[in-house]
Design a protein around this ligand. Structure first.
Ligand code: E4P
Length: 221
């Protein structure tokens, strides 16, 4: 299972990149709006920092404007994946970008039908937003189950990128289903890292070691 960070925050990306946990990054206009600084510079910096795929989103809504933006964004680096909204014009852009050898991530996917069509158009990734479905009273994880099964039935090479993740159990469930990628807000990745029994256990080890050191003042390990 690949882990992407769902953020445009440079510090968070650096923090988890240093732990070897960042297989890629996804951004969107809302995430960029939360950060201070020039969004184009922030995107360039992320593309430089991360070895894996970095999704950068277009804001045009016609195939023509999306394509213009896509070609500009792709110049930020080889690892750029162009994020395209799941609208009919978006799929026109996806098809053309695939023909040009540019990978796309189709975003704002809320049904298995949309995922099938994005894959048929040539998307490298589809991003079903499970948290937003849960928020609206639907079961986001059922959608992941459906899409993973359909893609596997037909050997589609499109990756299922689980997006709008709200808590660590989403990650466990997505992994059990076999989703290819989860994209996580940094705080969710932080929650996955820690466990109270780890902290309690370490604290006991350290205090017991203090006793050992008192009895062996010259001890070095
Ligand atoms: C995915 O690529 C999106 O950036 C993201 O997961 C959206 O999540 P949200 O519903 O928390 O905004």
């Amino acid at each position: 299972m690949k882990i992407f960070l769902d953020t445009a925050n440079i510090e968070s990306i650096k923090k988890y990149n240093d732990m070897g946990l960042v297989d890629g990054v996804t951004t969107n206009p809302t995430l960029l709006a939360k950060e201070k600084g020039n969004p184009a510079e922030i995107m360039r910096e992320i593309v430089r920092m991360v070895d894996g795929p970095v999704s950068l989103e277009v804001v045009g809504t016609t195939a023509g404007t999306m394509l213009e933006e896509a070609y500009r964004l792709k110049k930020y680096g080889k690892n750029v994946v162009v994020k395209i909204p799941m609208i009919p014009e978006g799929l026109v852009a996806v098809k053309k970008l695939k023909a040009d050898g540019i990978e796309t991530n189709v975003t704002l996917v809320f049904s298995a039908n949309q995922a099938i069509l994005a894959a048929k158009a040539g998307a490298a990734y589809v991003s079903p937003f499970i948290g937003r479905l849960d928020d609206s009273g639907q079961d986001g994880m059922s959608l992941i189950r459906e899409i993973v099964q359909i893609f596997s039935n037909y050997q589609f090479d499109t990756n299922v990128l689980v997006a709008s993740v709200r808590h660590p159990m989403h990650v466990v469930e997505a992994g059990k289903i076999g989703a290819h990628v989860v994209t996580l807000p940094p705080d969710i990745l932080g929650k996955m890292l820690t466990h109270p029994l780890t902290d309690k256990g370490l604290s006991t080890f350290l205090s017991d070691w203090e006793k050992v050191k008192k009895e062996n003042p010259n001890l070095v390990i």
